[in-house]
Design a binder for this molecule. Structure first.
Ligand code: CP3
Length: 345
């Protein structure tokens, strides 16, 4: 447990002169040390299910940049994989899940013990937590049910994930059953991560954008609240961060939830609006456009300064508005971290 980490105390409402820093996709292909380990591992999934290697990859960016938090190296699609929907990653294709989930086969994927398959992930958490010093936090995570469902229903990344909302009208019973099943697994998975040593957890709802009322409420806001509440019934002290990307002003509906300790803002959200409308309810995290870090230089630093200045008088966690791209030069990340820590914004 890292009760002394700045990341955790910030999520509990304490502000500091320099905010804690971590980045979505801080481990990954933009780092040469990741690419070399990934080559040794063979496939991306072999890497996710190998605790020693996954732990090493988790620690790489923390070592390189002295970040305040590590994020477990895994993937949101390990849950469907553990449910028996076979996952593979084809070069240039992204994830493939086989077979696609339908109203007819859903039952075959329920009531399975997912923890056999996921045991190496818990082991990764355990050894990573043991390797981190007390002032660094370890973040566990899962995908939110809707985002994971978009891959399960389509069998691969969707061109237009929001279009899958048609199911809300066609077969609401099936959609609800799928969301409910994923929610139950998600709660168990997060609790096991926490019991293995995760100090906080984040729920990624990457494809929440573009959903109309009342679909967003049914497939994202309510399920995330239920999941967070169920986790907190068992582990009330563990902060929960929600990252529903692309929800615009509906962010307020998540931020006001008593279970929402942190809220990740995406790069499209106006940070002044977020400061005025979200910071009174929760701790805001992130926002900086990851593409600005590909370019680097003054533009990137000016962008970062905007967030740092706007949120200087409230608890705030520095992060991006989505994950790093593989083209990101690692030295730009180092310059960004030095700028934030330098305090001259
Ligand atoms: O942030 C981190 O450093 C922790 C690890 C992490 C990964 N994926 C590793 C990964 C996390 C938190 C995720 C979350 C994830 N995975 C999301 C939600 C966040 C987001 O980025 O929107 C989603 C939608 C996925 C599903 C997924 N996994 C996709 C669409 C892909 C891309 C496939 C490709 O080849 O580009 C992945 C693969 C993946 N997950 C990689 C990494 C480092 C690249 C795999 C590789 O090394 O080849």
């Amino acid at each position: 447990m890292s009760s002394s980490s700045k990341f955790i105390t910030t999520l509990k409402g304490e502000k500091s002169a320099i905010p804690p820093i971590w980045f979505m996709r801080q481990a990954g292909r933009y780092l040469p040390e990741y690419r070399s380990l990934r080559e040794k591992a063979g496939s991306f999934l072999d890497l996710c299910y190998d605790p020693e290697m996954a732990s090493e990859v988790t620690l790489q960016p923390v070592r390189r940049y002295d970040l305040d938090a590590a994020i477990l190296f895994a993937d949101i699609l390990l849950i469907p994989d553990a449910m028996g929907q076979q996952l593979s990653f084809e070069a240039g294709e992204g994830p493939i899940l086989d077979p696609v989930i339908t109203a007819k086969n859903l039952d075959a994927f329920r009531a399975r013990d997912i923890h056999d398959r996921l045991a190496p992930v818990y082991e990764t958490v355990r050894i990573t937590r043991a390797a981190l010093s007390d002032d660094k936090a370890l973040i566990g995570f899962t995908g939110a049910p809707w985002t994971v469902a978009t891959y399960m229903l389509n069998g691969r990344s969707s061109r237009d994930p929001a279009a899958l909302r048609g199911l809300f009208y066609e077969d609401q019973a099936f959609l609800s059953a799928l969301i409910e099943t994923l929610s139950e697994y998600t709660v168990e998975y997060l609790i096991r991560q926490i019991e293995a040593g995760a100090d906080a957890v984040q729920l990624f709802d990457t494809w929440a954008g573009g959903l109309p009322w009342p679909v967003l409420d049914a497939v994202s806001v309510r399920p995330l609240q239920k999941i967070a509440a169920a986790v907190k019934r068992v582990h009330p002290e563990i902060p929960v961060i929600l990252f529903p990307k692309g929800v615009g002003e509906r962010a307020v509906e998540y931020a006001v939830l008593p279970e929402c300790d942190g809220f990740g803002i995406d790069y499209a959200m106006d940070p002044a609006w977020a400061r005025a409308n979200l910071s009174g309810h929760t701790v805001v995290q992130g926002g900086l456009d990851p593409l600005s870090v590909i370019t680097g230089g003054e533009r990137m630093l000016k962008g970062a300064a905007t967030y740092l200045k706007l949120f200087h008088d409230v608890p705030y966690v520095f992060n991006l508005g989505h994950g790093f791209s593989p083209e990101t030069p690692p030295e730009n990340v180092a310059a960004l971290v030095a700028f934030i820590r330098g305090g001259n914004w």
